[in-house]
Design a protein around this ligand. Structure first.
Ligand SMILES: *Cc1c(COP(=O)(O)O)cnc(C)c1O
Length: 420
């Protein structure tokens, strides 16, 4: 399985000895290769490529990507501050958020740009920064996320200004003398070139109503194949017809529009493996299931329980022996029936046994595709399990720690003691 291949069995044992399991293992070579592909996105009149840092905000990844020329998409004021602290230049940070921070004016004064995501955000922005420059995020009425929960466009999505409210947005822009320089639409468009061309068309329709706009930001949402047989978006394939659309728009209007893309998943998903250990085995009899219980769970990866997401898995037998295969339900270590790694695809309520090498307690367990929305979206400290360490396999083969395992003292750090 390709997505599991960067971690050799030797390194897996070494990591368990040195850093304990569970442990996220990132691959520097894959991170660099993904960044190079994003930075080569076809464009007619210039490209800004941003990393949507909510996918995996470890400072080492931010610094690596910044050093390669990627800018940052932040999804909260806290992410803005985190990126700045990691050395990202404020002018390279763009904020698109569901919750506009109360101190957003300070960020703008530092050089951060904001994509306004609702009419009330626009009103607030105008009141605090009249005459300022803004991006506007629209919901163009179309979406194509993998599941209802990852779909971020269309009438069931609260992200961005609904396209039918464009006139209201224009009135607010005029009222506060704002300069709209960017139109943003992140709808999770997947890997189909035709969908991307349609999205561009919808963006150009909005652009015609805002003559001051010089940049289109298409967000992220490039589908990545985690499981064998699933396809990863070919950025050249979807980008080439888009480039043509930009050229056609320029021929039609004289406006040479700058392109921004801001993938999260694409950059990191397959650059990480969640390494864990089999800590128990159980079964529910002849007509039931055989279960593998790991020393990880929703405390490190909630995607299967939230979306019915599928991750590639493999067992590394502790004694390197040859064993037959067997069907298993793989579960996490939380006292929570939803803590399951083998849901039915797209259906977190269902079960789909996985065929794996017959397992023994103490085996290593490798789960691929764990770079995006795993470490960052984990249900941290549930059952008081600590945050897991993060390790990077450097290009020269070195194994280096990029986040320590959390201690109980750190879990308790903010609790206060009341007199009882
Ligand atoms: C989450 C997000 C992204 C990245 O989405 P992926 O599916 O991880 O590529 C990009 N832009 C915005 C505004 C986002 O909220």
């Amino acid at each position: 399985m390709e997505n599991l291949s960067f971690l050799s069995a030797d390194n897996a044992f070494r990591i368990r000895d040195q850093f304990t399991t569970p442990c996220y293992v990132y691959d520097e070579a894959t991170l660099r290769a993904n960044a190079a592909k994003v930075l080569a996105f076809p464009n007619a009149y210039g490209l800004s490529a941003r990393y949507a840092m909510k996918a995996c905000p470890n400072g080492n990844i931010l610094r690596l990507f910044a050093s390669l020329g990627l800018k940052i998409d932040a999804s909260s004021g806290y992410e803005v501050e985190r990126a700045i602290r990691m050395g990202v230049k404020p002018e390279n940070i763009s904020l698109s958020t569901q919750e506009l921070p109360t101190n957003f004016k300070e960020y703008v004064e530092q050089g951060i740009s904001v994509n306004i995501c609702s009419l009330s955000q626009l009103e607030r922005y105008g009141q605090e920064i009249p005459g300022g420059s803004v991006g506007l995020r629209f919901n163009p009425g179309l979406g194509s996320g993998g599941t209802q929960r990852t779909n971020v466009g269309g009438p069931a999505s609260s992200f961005g200004i609904w396209h039918e409210h464009t006139d209201v947005a224009k009135e607010l822009v005029a009222k506060y003398d704002l300069k709209v320089f960017r139109i943003h639409s992140h709808i999770g468009s997947g890997s189909d070139p035709e969908v991307w061309v349609r999205v561009i068309g919808l963006n150009f329709d909005i652009l015609r109503q805002f003559p001051s706009v010089t940049t289109i930001n298409l967000g992220g949402g490039y589908k990545v194949g985690r499981m064998p047989g699933e396809k990863t978006t070919d950025l050249q394939l979807i980008g080439t017809p888009m480039k043509k659309a930009f050229e056609d728009f320029a021929a039609d209007t004289g406006r040479k529009i700058h392109l921004e893309v801001e993938p999260g998943t694409y950059l990191v998903a397959n650059a990480c493996i969640l390494l864990s250990s089999v800590q128990d085995l159980t079964d529910t009899g002849e007509s039931g299931y055989a279960f593998i219980k790991l020393d990880t769970g929703m405390t490190d990866n909630t995607r299967p329980s939230m979306y019915g997401a599928q991750h590639p898995m493999k067992i590394i037998p502790k004694d390197n022996e040859e064993r037959p295969v067997k069907d298993y339900i793989v579960v996490g270590h939380c006292c929570e029936s939803g803590d399951i790694f083998t849901p039915a695809p797209g259906d977190p309520e269902g079960l789909q046994p996985r065929t794996l090498v017959e397992s023994k307690i103490g085996d290593l367990f490798v789960m691929g595709g764990a770079g995006a929305y795993c470490s960052s979206m984990a249900s941290k400290n549930y059952n008081s399990f600590p945050e897991s360490p993060e390790v990077m396999v450097r290009e020269n083969g070195d194994l280096v720690l990029m986040r320590k395992k959390q201690t109980l003292d750190q879990i308790l750090a903010n609790e206060t003691e009341i007199e009882l």
